[in-house]
Write a protein that binds this ligand. Structure first.
Ligand code: ADP
Ligand code: ASP
Ligand code: MG
Length: 418
């Protein structure tokens, strides 16, 4: 039997009516002759609520118990989806992560897949079941406990099942009808893409575009999964939505194909650190050890009156996720107390956002950065930090200008027009 993976996100299973609507889409594929693995998220808002309860109960929570609580939202929707399909006459069975089992690493709340043995689900298909409904976002750690895969992780569950079961396609049903040049909630000028290259989607996802979890794109690229994003609220067929595919399947491409943003950024500046060999290692090694995720880094002449100590001090500025600022501060204070680094002051700016432009065409184009900076300058938006790689340019700016910056860049690179 040919097999499809269909994933439904939180808004697509937000209540019983929507679960019914999603189940109809599944039934249609079964009638076309497919066996289907359905991956479900928790009802929208549920995971946030569960995370809130954990944080309220225990601010420095035990990650195993966090996973025990936070994974539960998906158990509910998996069971309800199986029941809904049964009511429609479709033989379906639900699966929690440990029942498959979906084996993962022991990195609680950020686990990765180790393997997904097919035997149990294959046997059920052989017995005549047409649909396996699998709870997304969760797995089983080597310690025998439930793990979760990080926020948005059901996308990754879907792609991992598509790879393990050699599915014909992995369809990600969500609340938008495809992948756009930027988040359609930020500008109505955003244009739906018919196709997007794995590399570009990987960058967009890692730079904040939540439409797919980064890891899901990585897995799809590695295992050559045909990955598609489409609407769960509209009628859809084989040509609907956006296909994420190899670069050479795409006929036309611009220098910039997408704009991404992330609100969850913070900028930290260490004022007057010594300018000597080894200083960067002394700062960033303990941050890495403490699990602080440093993204952009700049080193510049000190803001402080450097004539007092000419040539000997510098400021070090870097960005971290906003929820890691306090951890970073603590690590820096400990390093200073231990005498491995020195600085006069740590300034944390939590009112910043990162805006990025992405395009594989940048590999061979020049002047992209200049065009980006000019567009921001025309809107009077000050750039605080810049980072570039082969196919992306990111800037850190004041958060209050984030939407304006996304719109200005979308215009400047002509993304509205096909
Ligand atoms: P789900 O609950 O189905 O997983 P998500 O909320 O995680 O859905 O992802 C879908 C959302 O991603 C959309 O509602 C949209 O606001 C956002 N998004 C961000 N960037 C893009 C983009 N480039 N194209 C489409 N949607 C995007
Ligand atoms: N429910 C989880 C979350 O909200 C996983 C997912 O929906 O992909 O992050
Ligand atoms: Mg999602």
């Amino acid at each position: 039997m040919p097999l499809l993976v269909m994933k439904f996100g939180g808004t697509s299973v937000a209540d019983l009516e929507r679960i019914g609507n999603a189940a109809q889409k599944v039934q249609r594929e079964v009638e076309r002759g497919y066996d289907v693995i359905v991956i479900v998220s928790a009802m929208s808002g549920r995971t946030n609520e569960l995370v809130g309860w954990v944080e309220q109960t225990s601010p420095l929570f035990d990650a195993r118990e966090y996973d025990a609580v936070v994974s539960s939202g998906e158990n509910v929707t998996a069971g309800l989806m199986a029941l809904t399909l049964q009511e429609m006459g479709v033989p379906a069975r639900s699966w929690q992560g440990w029942q498959v089992p979906i084996n993962t690493t022991d990195a609680h709340s950020a686990a990765r897949f180790v393997d997904i043995p097919r035997d149990n689900i294959d046997r059920k298909f052989q017995e005549g079941f047409k649909v396996a409904v699998v709870a997304g976002f969760q797995g089983l750690g080597p310690d025998g406990r439930i793990t979760t895969l990080g926020r948005g992780g059901s996308d990754t569950t879907a792609v991992a099942f598509a790879a393990a079961f050699e599915a014909e396609r992995c369809d990600i049903y969500t609340d938008v009808d495809g992948i756009y040049t930027t988040d359609p909630r930020i500008t109505s000028k955003a244009r739906k893409l018919e196709k997007i290259a794995f590399e570009e989607m990987l960058e967009l996802a890692s730079l904040g575009a939540k439409v797919l979890q980064t890891r899901s794109v990585e897995l799809a690229m590695r295992y050559k999964v045909r990955l598609r994003v489409l609407s769960s609220f509209e009628d859809t067929d084989e040509n609907s939505g956006t296909l994420v595919c190899d670069e050479d399947e795409i006929m036309e491409s611009k220098v910039v194909n997408g704009v991404a943003y992330s609100r969850e950024e913070a900028k930290i500046t260490l004022v007057t650190v010594e300018d000597r060999p080894g200083i960067s290692a002394a700062i960033f090694a303990p941050l890495a050890e403490a699990g602080v995720n440093v993204d952009m880094i700049v080193q510049n002449i000190s803001e402080k009156d450097y004539e007092d100590h000419p040539g000997s001090v510098t400021d070090m500025t870097f960005s971290v996720p906003i929820n890691q600022v306090e951890r970073a501060r603590k690590v820096m204070e400990e390093a200073r107390a231990a005498g491995t680094i020195s600085y006069e002051e740590l300034i944390a700016d939590t009112e910043v956002a990162k805006v990025s432009v992405v395009g594989i065409g940048m590999r061979s184009a020049t002047g992209v950065a200049a065009r980006m900076f000019k567009a921001l300058a025309d809107e009077n938006i000050n750039i605080k930090v810049i980072a570039t790689s082969e196919i992306k340019i990111s800037v850190l700016i004041d958060r209050k200008y984030m939407e304006l910056a996304v719109q200005a860049l979308h215009d400047a690179f002509g993304l509205e027009m096909a």
